[in-house]
Design a protein around this ligand. Structure first.
Ligand SMILES: [Zn+2]
Length: 238
């Protein structure tokens, strides 16, 4: 297999919430896309790992991904340990992604910021010839960080206006997380459906506005952007 884009995150639904629109947009352009959930989300307040796996598969279908898998790291214990890095490196060698999307490296939830380090180091190790794992060495060409929930200025924003509604459906496919039964409606758990809809909308609108479109998803890359044609640059200045 050879993926064009692989998004890696800690819990099933993290990718949908941070860069689902971009993945869908790339799939619509004909690129082979994939999602690697590092954990099965078994520590979540709601839903069993089985339910979440079914929901994740459905959400992946809605986003048009070619591949979705779970690395099997224990939820709430994502760490850039040697063992996890080697496991991730094997998956990178198997999927051979050109671009990898990781969570930004600062976050409230330790699983989220550890995913960033684990993701980067796993991608790096995957390129080492002498590594004691199978498969041809491979390193992604580009690593992007999703900054949707981070307080940092992104390097660029992807216009997801045309993908917004479908991304919303993919997020809501995680019914156990976001559509609690009536008896639970008053729960204060972070990101219950009422708050989620607002937040989803506001975030996408905020980043969309920054590039003059309706909805957007923000990313950061450590490298500088190279520009060939300054006359065809996007986003109006004044
Ligand atoms: Zn998460």
């Amino acid at each position: 297999m050879r993926l064009d884009v692989l998004a890696i995150a800690a819990h099933p639904d993290d990718v949908e919430l941070t860069c689902g629109g971009t993945l869908l947009k790339m799939a619509q352009r004909g690129y082979a896309t994939g999602i690697l959930d590092l954990t099965a989300g078994e520590m979540g307040t709601r839903g069993t790992p089985e339910t979440r796996a079914k929901e994740a598969a459905r959400a992946g279908k809605i986003l048009g991904v070619k591949w979705r898998g779970t690395l099997g790291v224990p939820d709430s214990d994502v760490q850039p340990s040697r063992q996890h890095k080697l496991r991730l490196a094997s998956v990178i060698r198997e999927l051979r992604p050109k671009t990898v999307i990781l969570p930004y490296w600062e976050a409230r939830h330790p699983d989220h910021y550890h995913s960033s380090t684990l993701g980067y180091e796993g991608c790096f190790l995957a390129g080492l010839k002498q590594l004691p794992i199978e498969g041809e060495p491979h390193r992604p060409f580009k690593i992007l960080y999703s900054t949707a929930y981070a307080e940092v200025r992104p390097t660029f924003v992807v216009d997801i206006t045309a993908q917004y509604e479908r991304r919303r459906r993919a997020i809501l496919a995680f019914a156990s997380q976001f559509r609690p039964p009536k008896s639970e409606k008053k729960s204060k758990v972070h990101l219950a459906i009422d708050r989620l809809e607002d937040e989803m909308n506001q975030l996408a609108r905020h980043y969309g506005q920054m590039i003059g479109v309706r909805y957007g998803e923000p990313f950061l890359q450590k490298e500088l952007m190279q520009v060939e044609d300054v006359v065809k640059m996007e986003v109006r200045s004044i």
